[in-house]
Write a protein that binds this ligand. Structure first.
Ligand code: CTP
Length: 428
């Protein structure tokens, strides 16, 4: 079958593929477009990752293209893969390979091979199709494992029975594709998932690989439905043996979803939220701080992510005070040190009228909280000692809000008054 959709690729990609095709012909290797891009092309979904495989030496082929186009590329000699950067696109090139798994969950041993073998080692039939990019098969769909029909029938199906044992992270991938596309995990595949889980296959996988899958899942459009499916099929004992979700938790996930949407509309046009972390907070808040610390270390979360996930336990105590009517300076002093992720989380978590009013007040006034006066301005008017500048500027934030200061001059006048007050208080 010839895929007309190839014509819909961006112009730069089309010309890249034509050039790649010519170079492959001259070098005497065969090249194919593979994986998610083929699937997405058929279902007309936007896709950004271009994966090419080469029957032959992938690195040599990439070197020739990069030389011809005068662009950069990075090679990963041990895997026989390379990445080309062309215009605004990233194109991954790999040597067709066969994989052997020496033990469960470990990374496979790899040997060069044919397209058919390369596709056979993949996760699901819908991801195991290719498009020829050679003179004699340009634009032709190569579908050895019936992926096209599964895609049309909405089925997630493995290529062979050992798939989940070879790579148990595929259990999470099955859920991701099932929910993303509104597909169904085909009967035998579901049985194989259950068997792999019974054999505790997930325990044999590097935690970091599971973390990557969880993050990808929580980055999908509506994570609550993915969380429910993980709960149904796998459970959450891979995070902590006693972790179980209940009805209240699902209500929280829905509130988180609404809160994120609301905050983006109202305030966060210029802030990028790590939405996935807010959902993860919704899961880990059920554990103790010590358990979450252990989870973050075992799964090797980044320092900033770990900070948000663990500091929530202390912040949960301080934010309680905002459930009452409080002074402006209290609202600021409690919320200012918090991440936006934590603030949005608490908005959904407590779902408390007064607290949420205080949060909204804080965010509405966020621009005003930024003061124009800097330490250098205080130095310029000769205020001494410099070590109290921090205190002056902190106090200035509150005064700015209380007195509704508008200009930098007004701020500077107030700064002088604060300075005098602080010096007086110090000498008394
Ligand atoms: N793959 C696999 N087993 C995995 C991960 C990936 O077989 N555990 C294969 C699949 O053929 C997949 C391809 O490698 O299509 C590329 O992987 P990735 O970029 O993670 O998947 P996509 O299918 O492109 O998914 P997405 O749309 O989420 O980017």
């Amino acid at each position: 079958m010839l895929l007309k959709e190839l014509e819909k690729f961006p112009q730069e990609i089309k010309s890249f593929m034509r050039i790649a095709s010519t170079i492959a012909g001259k070098l005497g290797v065969r090249i194919y477009l593979v994986g998610g891009i083929v699937r997405d092309l058929i279902i007309k979904r936007k896709s950004f990752d271009y994966d090419i495989v080469v029957e032959g030496d992938g690195i040599e082929f990439t070197q020739l293209i990069a030389d011809f186009l005068r662009v950069n590329f990075i090679k990963h000699q041990t895997f026989g893969t390379a990445t080309v950067y062309y215009k605004n696109y990233k194109i991954d090139v790999a040597t067709c390979r066969k994989e052997y798994y020496s033990c469960w969950g470990a990374l496979p041993k790899v040997t060069p091979s044919s397209l058919r073998d390369d596709l056979y080692r993949r996760d699901f039939t819908i991801n195991a199709m290719a498009i020829g990019l050679n003179k004699d098969d340009y634009g032709e769909l190569l579908d050895f494992y019936n992926g096209y029909n599964d895609l049309k029938n909405g089925l997630i199906r493995v290529l062979h029975d050992r798939s989940f044992l070879d790579d148990p992270t595929r259990i999470f991938r099955a859920i991701r594709f099932e929910k993303r596309f509104g597909f169904r995990i085909e009967g035998r595949t579901l049985k194989l998932i259950k068997q792999a889980l019974e054999e505790e296959a997930i325990k044999f996988v590097d935690e970091q690989r599971i973390r990557d899958e969880i993050v990808l899942i929580l980055k999908e459009d509506y994570p609550p439905k993915y969380i429910r499916r993980i709960d149904e099929l796998i459970g959450f004992s891979f995070i902590d043996k006693d972790l179980k979700l209940d009805k209240q938790d699902y209500m929280l996930f829905r509130r988180i979803h609404r809160a994120i949407k609301f905050f983006y509309q109202r305030f966060l046009k210029y802030h990028k939220l790590q939405e996935w972390l807010i959902y993860l907070l919704g899961i880990t808040i059920k554990l103790s701080k010590e358990k979450v610390e252990r989870f973050c270390s075992n799964f090797d979360f980044r320092r900033g992510e770990k900070k948000i996930l663990t500091e929530i336990f202390i912040e949960k105590r301080t934010i309680h005070s905002l459930k009452r009517k409080v002074k402006i300076r209290k609202i600021i002093s409690v919320l200012k040190p918090m991440s936006f992720e934590a603030i949005v989380f608490f908005y959904a978590y407590f779902n408390n009228k007064r607290l949420n009013k205080n949060i909204l007040y804080f965010l509405n006034n966020l621009e005003k909280i930024k003061i124009n006066v800097r330490g250098s301005d205080l130095e310029a008017i000769n205020l001494k000692p410099a070590k109290i500048y921090g205190k002056i500027l902190e106090e200035l934030v509150y005064v700015k809000l209380e007195k509704n200061l508008l200009t930098k001059e007004e701020e500077l006048e107030e700064a002088k008054k604060i300075f005098k007050r602080l010096i007086r208080a110090h000498s008394n």
